[in-house]
Design a protein around this ligand. Structure first.
Ligand code: PMV
Length: 358
């Protein structure tokens, strides 16, 4: 038997803006995960058992665009294995579906790794990431790639989508992991409303912010705040980011209600997370107020909550995963002394490509 697991994720800063080349931060949520095991079958065919979604079927009886079937068909295609053994594939997941916690990408990552190791077809993390991105495109239109990246590497990521360039092969997005100075606590509140990210992304295309650089500054400063453990600042940045997401029209009365409830219950900051209109919100809390904030969210209408600790990487999911490192964003000592505007100008010079996207 071959097993593989992949965690859920949340976007901390920069959702939607990331589609337009602005930086975004996302972290794995290891309390929830997708789990896949593959065994040789005694019956003929490739059998898929996913009791959470009530699926028990042979691969060829499913439509080829079925989310799970499409992963297997595409994997069979890329691996070019001439004849396939009979398989039983068991899939389960504790990640809530369609709520911005990355359930689809996590199933794809876990399934791809379980198949590759069972069939002894070696696949690198970069290939898993690229493959999962292609699958995400089949189902979600024009994803930025942040979901597949944070789930593949299972580490905090600072992600910048780069426009495709004829001179460059592959996607070449800028992906860095970052250090979490001191672990911090997030309460995730689920509105229980499932809202297609595809629609909110397409609406934002029409109402994209006038001040495009604000969100860039927020993500950029948030990363520094996380690295240095400045939680009050991080909370304020969350509040600011939520306001921008409201301007982009992707919040909703339910999300706003949960964000206010978290704040009133003592959170340091709160915002929606992911596509918006429904799905999840997140609140940054001191560890000892996590339960109170979680309780207030439930009273304000959240269907469920998850309390999660964000750390650099100390979980088996990410222990032996490699991440591309690039130090282009590190600041020199002199740059550290600059104010916000000056740093932003330095940042723009380094990331000039993103400003030609709109
Ligand atoms: O709802 P989620 O977690 O899949 O978030 C989507 C994040 C967006 O920035 C809105 C879209 C994207 O592809 O990055």
């Amino acid at each position: 038997m071959t097993k593989s697991s992949a965690p859920g994720k949340i976007i901390l800063f920069g959702e939607h803006a990331v589609v337009y080349g602005r930086p975004a931060l996302a972290v794995p949520v290891t309390q929830v995960h997708a789990d896949v095991d593959v065994v040789d079958a005694s019956r003929s065919g490739i059998w898929i058992n996913a009791p959470d979604v009530n699926l028990h079927a042979e691969l060829n009886t499913l439509p080829s665009d079925h989310p799970i079937a499409s992963v297997i068909h595409n994997f069979l295609f890329i691996s070019r294995i001439a004849s396939f053994p009979n398989l039983e594939i068991n899939i389960s997941s504790t990640i809530p579906v369609a709520s911005g916690l990355g359930s689809g990408a996590a199933v794809t990552v876990a399934l791809t790794r379980a198949l590759s190791s069972h069939l002894k077809y070696e696949i690198t993390d970069e290939e898993v990431n690229a493959f999962t991105y292609e699958i995400e495109k089949l189902h979600h239109g024009t994803p930025s790639g942040i979901d597949n990246t944070v789930i593949t590497y299972a580490k905090p990521v600072y992600f910048i989508k780069r426009p495709p360039s004829p001179s460059r092969r592959g996607d070449g997005d800028e992906v860095e992991t970052f250090r979490v100075g001191k672990p911090f606590t997030i309460v995730i509140g689920d509105t229980g409303i499932s809202a297609p990210t595809k629609e909110s992304v397409s609406d934002v295309r029409r109402s994209w912010l006038k001040d495009k650089d604000k969100v860039t500054e927020i993500s950029f400063t948030a990363r520094r705040a996380i690295e240095q453990g400045h939680w009050r600042m991080l909370g304020e940045l969350m509040n600011e980011n939520h306001k921008l997401l409201q301007e982009m029209t992707v919040s909703s009365p339910e999300l706003d209600k949960l964000v206010s409830a978290a704040y009133e219950a003592g959170a340091l900051g709160a915002k929606l997370s992911g596509g918006g209109r429904g799905g999840n919100m997140i609140a940054l809390v001191e560890l000892d107020s996590a339960e109170a904030v979680s309780q207030s969210l439930i009273e304000a209408g959240a269907r469920s909550t998850i309390i999660t600790q964000v750390t650099s990487c100390d979980h088996p999911f990410c222990m032996d995963r490699k991440t591309q490192h690039s130090h282009q964003n590190s600041f020199s000592k002199q740059e550290h002394q600059m104010d916000f505007g000056q740093r932003s100008a330095v940042w723009k010079q380094r990331h000039h490509f993103i400003f030609s996207l709109e």
